[in-house]
Design a protein around this ligand. Structure first.
Ligand code: SAH
Length: 215
């Protein structure tokens, strides 16, 4: 009974994604097979197939599935690519990326979130994800350049340091704005020493916090 209800909710979620511009079959497929309830607390599990953001530890959030799907689709991934993710959070987006790319390098400023996500993703058998507790605003210099970069926290502007860590023809997806109400999800394509920027959609992310780290 509960399993059927869960399947119905997942079906409705996938319909909603398709209606809202998600056409990439590989992206729809991973959203279908990955159980988002594993990434949230017990009391939120029954809401995990709804198209809404949900709270996780440390006052952070796991993004709305439509936004995760849009960001992932816009990255144009394949199994040869190395991806840098800023903002591990629950690890949900990292896990989705790991199924569609070669390697994922994910950076989180809360040590506790990093550890929890790392343990969960190891348990799930994801062996192509590397975790780091650091200020992701600085990227991951030792592993650069990356084919793709995804930032899952709102930046005041497109960070130059991250553009520098992108390969030529590489793509970065990043929410940019002043505050919670005026954020635009941007697709940045690096071409030689220039960038092409396209606005994808209005979004609402927690802020990308510079500097000091958290236990
Ligand atoms: N991708 C996540 C969403 C996490 S919310 C998921 O699927 O669950 C954004 C995350 O970015 C938070 O966990 C926050 O702590 C982290 N963050 C914010 N500023 C950061 C920074 N400068 N460096 C690394 N992580 C940062």
């Amino acid at each position: 009974m509960f399993e059927n209800l869960k399947k119905n909710k997942k079906f409705n979620l996938l319909m909603e994604l398709k209606k809202n511009g998600i056409y990439d079959k590989a992206v729809l497929n991973v959203i279908e097979v990955v159980d988002r309830s594993l990434f949230v607390d017990e009391n939120l599990k029954q809401k995990s197939n709804l198209n809404i953001a949900l709270p996780i530890d440390c006052g952070q959030t796991i993004s709305q599935p439509l936004v995760v799907a849009h960001m992932t689709q816009s990255l144009n991934l394949n199994k040869k690519l190395r991806v840098l993710e800023i903002g591990t959070g629950s690890g949900y987006q990292s896990y989705i990326l790991s199924k569609l790319s070669r390697f994922v390098y994910t950076v989180e400023r809360y040590s506790s979130l990093k550890k929890k996500a790392e343990n969960l993703l190891k348990d799930l058998g994801a062996n192509n994800i590397f975790f780091k507790h650091a200020d992701g605003g600085l990227g991951w210099q030792e592993q650069a350049p990356f084919d793709r970069i995804i930032v899952t926290a709102n930046a005041p502007e497109i960070p130059n340091i991250l553009v520098e860590q992108l390969v030529n023809e590489g793509i970065m997806i990043i929410p940019v704005g002043d505050d919670y109400n005026q954020q635009n999800l941007k697709k940045v394509i690096k071409k030689e020493n220039k960038i092409l920027v396209e606005n994808l959609m209005q979004v609402r992310f927690v802020p990308l916090v510079e500097g000091k780290l958290h236990k």
